[in-house]
Ligand binder design. Sequence first.
Ligand code: HEC
Ligand code: HEC
Length: 357
Amino acid sequence: MQTNQPNEKEQGLIQMMQRMLNLIIVLVISIVSLPLVIYNVDSIKGWFKADSTKVTTPAVSKSAKEEAKKMATVETYWQPVALDLVADAAEKELVYYGRDLIAHTAKYLGPNGSVIQISNGQNCQNCHLQAGTLAFGNNYGAVASTYPKFRVRSGTTENIYKRVNDCFERSLNGKALDTSSKEMQAIVAYINHIGSNVKKGEKAAGSGLKDLAFLDRAADPLKGKTVYETKCQSCHQANGEGVLNPDKVEFSFPPLWGKHSFNDGAGLYRIINFAKYVKYNMPLGVTHESPQLTDEEAWDVSAYVLSQSRPHIAVPKDWPDITKKPIDHPFGPYADAFSAKQHKYGPFKPILDQVKK
Ligand code: HEC
Ligand code: HEC
């Protein structure tokens, strides 16, 4: 039968020619692209890199990751032990009284206090927000777990009673509370109870104040005045003296300077503490996760407030070892040659560099 199909011999020839053609194509491509590959290894790597980043990190998954990270961190911050977990009725009453003394100190111990008049009218809570329980609100998360401890300010080992009285004498510009009084027992019972979930010797995450980066310049009281007028004055008043409640017992807005404010031996008189507190807690209502002031505003407004007049306390026994003085301690003598002014307002990096050496 006659067909148009090629015979077996012809088929074999065609197949062979096709194979050879394929081989030639592959060879030509290889020869042409070899130098390209050799000379462009880096850029080729680059393509792959660029590609893989594009694929694995679209904008959505990145922010989702950040969100997840944020949530994980929030969960790990210290939470106070609930007060109603105290089993013993008398102890429970004491702990609740302790909280009230922290939140409404002036009601009991201020100039018009009902128990004894030993302090300036401020409440502990003005500086230890939410009765000392707020993350980075100068809370008591590391007190029960770390006291008694050696403190360089006094050069001695201090128990909680001594530390509480430090704040009475300096932050509340008042007198020490008798250690055996019901009030002191209550304050300490409260602080110990809320911090009883922190392992001895450890500092809970979110305790105390949150770190703030130094500026490269000195903090500027003049720039700070403008910040104060626009962001603080409405509550703390132009004269810095705050606003008393109509009953004249407690402040609704505490004084920041003047005769009812903390004295110059207080922890808050050091600008690093003050700026950290303000950056992450003021104006009232901000949180450390959503601060409102820029770092510069926080430092400058702190310089402005701390350049105003306030009560003085003589503390000749502070810092027996001057080499251990904090870099922002505003009074000499110092172990270095930097001026008192630089120790008060910065810049702090040069001082820190020298301390490190
Ligand atoms: C004007 C602000 C202010 C007031 C008011 C104040 N404190 Fe303080 N307190 C501070 C600052 C700031 C520190 C941290 C000082 C430092 O680290 O140098 C502190 C530290 C403490 C500590 C130690 C915290 C730690 O982790 O080591 C205790 C305890 C304490 N205060 C208790 C009290 C009590 C109780 C009252 C009320 C009687 C009070 N404070 C009132 C500002 C204040
Ligand atoms: C909306 C009112 C309001 C504004 C605005 C405000 N504060 Fe306060 N501030 C308060 C209140 C109320 C407290 C006391 C918190 C408490 O007792 O719970 C306080 C406490 C403080 C304290 C610690 C207590 C003390 O007596 O020393 C400082 C420091 C402070 N504020 C600084 C500032 C600065 C600086 C600004 C401006 C950046 C500012 N505040 C803006 C209401 C305000």
